[in-house]
Design a protein. Structure first.
Length: 624
């Protein structure tokens, strides 16, 4: 959700902070700000509600000359999106500046205690208590500084942060700047991601790796309960329980090109058109023709243990939940394993009876989704093996799961997920093959499955050629107030996902349904101004969906049909047809996603919506 960027080194820090915040806009925000430490060793604050352009104009008007700074983009939780509530927050009389991602659950009790000490609060946020709390802890330690004369100069500041965070209940990704300490940043995390970029004579801090691209070649992932002491030339990591620890540096595997839009108008459009490559990346090195199966390097469970799995639970939120529904169809059909799909936000509290032999897959693009992480932790606590399907290397869920599978889709900047969704479906298709071959699929069936998977990138390239046709359909229906999305079997989850995409970025109400369920209530919504998007490719339930389409047409509802190319029967009935290349039933969800993503995109553009940064949404939902 919120974004953090920090820098200490030799370059002009404010420029790097603004650039980094720009790369974090996709996380969702409603205000932004930065704090710098100039030659006078005093903290200077600039912050503004609204889009990042407001902060940029303040920086241009009064350019801070400093080589150390912290910055933040805020997604409001406690308090409205105002200048006062924007981060950074100052502690005490201005000696501490803090930016914070997460939620402080006990902030009211801490605030009352600090107000009794004389601290004055200037915002409605929970985060401001952290700044004052650190200031209070530091002031107390400095009053006893005579006993610390032989200790490192930064010790009271670091110890103050450690003491303060020990009193917090909730989650935090925290970056702290101190007046009079021009070479010191302190970072800490619990449940909210922070990464550190390592350079020569400089260090960078951010919520994820995208702001570091082009600036650092090595990266350090902070884990929960770790605190980092950062200077231009040194990085020290301390764990709450283990004390000083040796941190591991990893190569930063994304480039500036990966986090840019290239020749596309929006990130979302770029990511839609990347899907032939991202699907190929999800398959690369994972198909074994010799054994007619899929192979994974980090499942952590032996084939013998996986063969004894009796049930699979797939959990996720939003788009990842829709991918899980596709996975349910795939695994049950090809592996004959019972599968349950659970909203992570419900699973963490529902406490369902789960039998021995159950395996959990947590599905998440970011690897930081708070509800999905909590569900995974609850299942681990109960002794069940947990695996992750995730896109972000080094993310919290990827570290806490017993094992997992990376999507290798590359950075997804657009808030509305596109390529991550199809990559999740691809990985689930690989898992269906893997479990199927462990159980009952023959060698010949496995090989035929692989050959169909290998055709998928080309099918997606053909599907992308409908872009101009979809744009024309979007022009016709962009002023509608409600859409219905309908599909059956494998295409039912895609109907849900298509409706979600439209809601997310165009703000049009849309509902996804199994096509056969229309007559059981939702058909009451059908009228001449309510378009129905039918997923009706050739396949096992084709004739049934045609009958459902006829039901809509009989009641005067306009129909947009996503059909197989050359389908004259559908063309005679539907008002508008978008043709796709024929694909096997089990791959249709991936192929059919393309026109639905494009339809949502073009309608949103025509309506003048901010496609990559839709209102009220965040890319990575790291709070409950």
């Amino acid at each position: 959700m919120c974004g953090i960027v920090g820098y200490v080194g030799f370059r002009r820090a404010a420029d790097l902070i603004v650039e980094g915040l720009r790369r974090l806009e996709y996380r969702g925000y409603d205000s932004s700000g930065l704090a710098t430490l100039g030659d006078d060793a005093e903290i200077g604050i600039l912050k503004a509600a609204g889009r990042l352009e407001r902060l940029e104009s303040l920086v241009r008007a009064t350019p801070p000359d400093a080589s150390i700074a912290i910055g933040h983009t805020r997604w409001a939780t406690h308090g409205a999106p105002t200048d006062a509530n924007a981060h950074p927050h100052l502690g005490g009389s201005g000696g501490v500046a803090v930016v914070h991602n997460g939620i402080v659950e006990n902030f009211r009790a801490i605030r009352e205690r600090l107000e009794a000490e004389g601290y004055v609060f200037r915002s409605e946020t929970d985060s401001e208590v952290i700044a004052h709390l650190i200031d209070s802890c530091l002031a107390r330690r400095q009053r006893h500084a005579a006993t610390l004369t032989d200790e490192p100069v930064d010790l009271p500041h670091v110890a103050a942060v450690q003491e303060a965070i020990s009193q917090l209940r909730g989650t935090y990704g925290l970056l702290v700047l101190f007046a009079g300490q021009p070479d010191l940043l302190v970072a800490a995390r619990l449940g909210s991601p922070l990464v550190i970029g390592v350079g020569e004579g400089e260090h960078f801090v951010a919520s994820d790796a995208s702001p570091l691209a082009g600036h650092a070649e090595r990266i350090v992932y902070l884990a929960d309960h770790e605190l980092a002491v950062i200077t231009p030339d040194e990085l020290r990591v301390v764990h709450r329980d283990a004390g000083h620890i040796e941190h591991a540096e990893h190569p930063l595997e994304i480039s500036e090109e990966d986090v840019g839009k290239g020749d596309y108008e929006h990130y979302m459009l770029k990511e839609i058109f990347e899907q032939p490559e991202t699907i190929a990346a999800a398959m690369r090195g994972r198909l074994c023709r010799d054994d007619a199966t899929a192979i994974f390097g980090a499942l952590s469970l032996t084939p013998q243990k996986l063969q004894r799995v009796k049930r699979i639970v797939l959990t996720g939120c939003g788009t990842s939940w829709h991918a899980a529904l596709v996975g349910e169809y795939l695994i049950e059909q090809f592996a004959r394993l019972p599968v349950e799909v659970e909203y992570a936000s419900e699973l963490r509290y529902r406490n369902p009876p789960i039998e021995e032999g159950t395996l959990l897959f947590a599905i998440t693009q970011s690897g930081e989704t708070a509800d999905t992480l909590a569900a995974l932790r609850e299942m681990k606590r109960k002794g069940h093996p947990t695996l992750a399907i995730c896109n972000v290397v080094g993310s919290t869920i990827s570290q806490e799961a017993d094992g997992g599978i990376y999507l290798y889709a590359g950075p997804e900047i657009g808030v509305a997920s596109t390529k991550a969704f199809t990559s999740q479906c691809m990985v689930l298709a690989l898992l269906a093959l893997y479990f199927g071959r462990l159980r009952h699929l023959s060698y010949e069936e496995g090989l035929a499955y692989i050959e169909q998977l290998e055709q998928l990138p080309d099918l997606l390239r053909q599907a992308l050629t409908v872009d101009s046709a979809v744009r024309e359909v979007a022009k016709k229906y962009c002023d509608a107030h409600t859409f219905l999305y309908l599909g059956r079997q494998y295409n039912f989850p895609v109907a849900l996902e298509g409706a979600l995409k439209l809601k997310e970025i165009s703000y049009i109400h849309a509902e996804g349904y199994p096509a056969g369920e229309m007559k059981h209530g939702p058909i009451a919504l059908v009228d001449s101004s309510t378009p129905s998007v039918f997923l009706i490719p050739q396949g096992a339930v084709y004739d049934k969906v045609v009958l459902n389409l006829e039901e809509i047409k009989a009641r005067g509802g306009p129909v947009i049909a996503i059909s197989s190319s050359g389908d004259a029967r559908v063309a005679q009935i539907a008002d508008d047809v978008i043709e796709l290349p024929p694909a096997p039933d089990f791959l249709q969800p991936i192929v059919a996603s393309i026109p639905l993503q494009l339809l949502a995109y073009h309608i949103a553009v025509l309506r003048g919506c901010d496609v990559d940064k839709p209102r009220n949404l965040a890319k990575s939902v790291t709070v409950e």
